[in-house]
Design a protein around this ligand. Structure first.
Ligand code: G6P
Length: 486
């Protein structure tokens, strides 16, 4: 690899850009959305920055192969003008690591998603996936080691890359290494469901970093508890900050609660494409009706089915709301290579049809459900929300809970799961729910719908203020700062 080496590097499975083949057969680049892109772009542009990510599709792999030195130059795409190195990982290896270990095993463990019908089986098939997860993490560690200047800072993101920090340290002991978990962390009794060697390797992988970051204190403590229970590591606490010492090395644990990018959101949500979709939605909803909005990936942890059941319960119990409220539910396709996710999408659609059949009338549709991706349409829904429903069974943070109050036009009441990381910051102004309790959620929806206008507007303002407290730019720069000064 030739060219300038980087002093600040980031690594994540999903990068700031994805490619698709356009109608004329050429590759089109698209900027990725989300807090990570805003946060990492904030590290500034220039040739001494680098973002290492995986090629996720054939088009991505094609682009990665064509890039000089493997680095994509994305100037003009508004991703901080930093060169991106997209790793062309063998598709089978990628799928076993991403679908098999990251999304089927680690995601399920951290979100406590195993139940009677989805118990893990750790067998030869799993071992093959685990071997690929090692290869995939090694590819990242090697790319980072190659790209990093002497003494550079590298920040590795999420559960896809839990082994990379230790692998990178072995290759480049001169670097400052951070890891950040965007998910919850499982409590030890649940975490120990993993095979012993895997449970230990994931923890030791992250402990290869100088600093491990989490979205809330609760997840940081769960990680420390796992280190103690699984590795017998020593956990110390100094003024509320945790540190884990294992085999003579200490890793500091940091808590950085990612907030929403208010500037971007407010500007984007008032563009003409969003205005058009807002008008179309209002037309379908009909005049004078209250609007309950939810927007999620179609993701089992988001608890969309129970949310729909709670809405049905509201309409059953409180007949006065029939005809006066519409639930706008946008659930975008996600991880559809996994059968659990395809079945979940079907379950969401089934319950939605049942609600329509039970309550729909000639001039009132109780529910508008979409399961295709349309970002401007989501923003339009944000703007017209009277109530936001965010009821995950467990969530690292949940940015939608922060985005809706920021974008809503008249202020919205937030029905929020106490198992979302965002609850630590927003819980005081939200209507709290136990995500498993459908009855409680139905009553919370009613309370939110009946909240007096002035109270709703006041609470929404306070929610919006809390939501922007740690914008992605500051979230990332704070981590860099802490890492450099340890
Ligand atoms: C979560 C993870 C991210 C991931 C995102 C979307 O927020 O923490 O790392 O990128 O879900 O999932 P996907 O599998 O589509 O990248």
């Amino acid at each position: 690899m030739s060219g300038v080496r980087a002093s600040v590097l980031a690594a994540s499975n999903r990068g700031p850009v994805s490619f698709r083949v356009g109608d004329d057969g050429s590759l089109e680049a698209r900027r990725g959305g989300g807090g990570l892109v805003s946060g990492l772009s904030a590290a500034g542009g220039g040739p001494d920055r680098r973002w290492v990510c995986a090629a996720l599709s054939d088009a991505d792999r094609h682009a990665a192969r064509e890039a000089p030195d493997g680095r994509l130059d994305l100037a003009g795409l508004d991703v901080g003008d930093q060169p991106v190195r997209m790793l062309d990982i063998d598709p089978g290896t990628f799928s076993r690591a991403y679908n098999g270990i990251a999304n089927s095993t680690l995601w399920f463990v951290h979100h406590l998603m195993y139940d009677g019908s989805t118990q893990p089986v750790f067998d030869a098939h799993f071992r093959r996936q685990w071997a690929s997860y090692l290869d995939y993490n090694r590819a990242f560690a090697e790319a980072l080691a190659e790209e990093a200047a002497d003494g550079a800072t590298a920040v590795v993101q999420d559960y896809h890359l839990s082994l990379a920090p230790a692998m990178l340290r072995a290759l480049r002991p001169d670097l400052r290494i951070g890891h950040f978990s965007h998910t919850p962390w499982a409590p030890p009794d649940y975490y120990r469901m993993l095979p012993d060697d895997v449970a230990a390797a994931v923890l030791e992988g992250i402990l290869g970093a100088d600093r491990a970051g989490f979205l809330t204190d609760r997840w940081a403590r769960a990680f420390a508890d796992c280190c103690r229970a699984v590795l017998g590591a020593d956990v110390s606490e100094d003024g509320g900050s945790l540190a884990v010492t294992h085999r003579g090395r200490t890793t500091e644990l940091g808590v950085h609660g990612l907030g929403t990018d208010a500037e971007f959101l407010r500007e984007r949500a008032y563009r003409p494409d969003v205005d058009a979709r807002r008008a179309a939605l209002l037309e379908r909803i009909g005049p004078g009706r209250k609007v309950i909005v939810r927007v999620d990936r179609t993701e089992l942890s988001k608890n969309i089915v129970r949310g729909l059941l709670a809405y049905r319960e509201l309409l059953r119990r409180h007949a006065e709301w029939r005809g006066r409220v519409v639930h706008v539910a946008f659930a975008y396709p996600s991880r559809h290579d996994l059968p659990e996710y395809r079945e979940y999408t079907a379950a969401v659609q089934r319950v939605a049809r049942e609600i329509e059949d039970e309550f729909g009338t000639a001039d009132w549709s109780p529910l508008i459900l979409h399961v295709e991706d349309d970002f401007p349409r989501s923003l339009a829904a944000y703007r017209i929300a009277d109530v936001a429903l965010v009821n995950p069974i467990r969530d690292g943070m949940n940015l939608v809970a922060k985005e809706i109050p920021v974008a809503s036009e008249n202020g919205c009441a937030l029905v929020l799961s106490r198992e979302a990381g965002a609850f630590a910051e927003l819980g005081g102004e939200a209507v709290p729910v136990n995500p498993f309790d459908v009855d409680m959620t139905a009553e919370a929806l009613r309370e939110a719908l009946e909240m007096p206008d002035d109270e709703r507007a006041e609470r929404s303002k306070r929610l919006a203020a809390a939501a922007v407290a740690l914008p992605p730019q500051k979230w990332f720069l704070d981590q860099l700062e802490a890492l450099r000064h340890e």
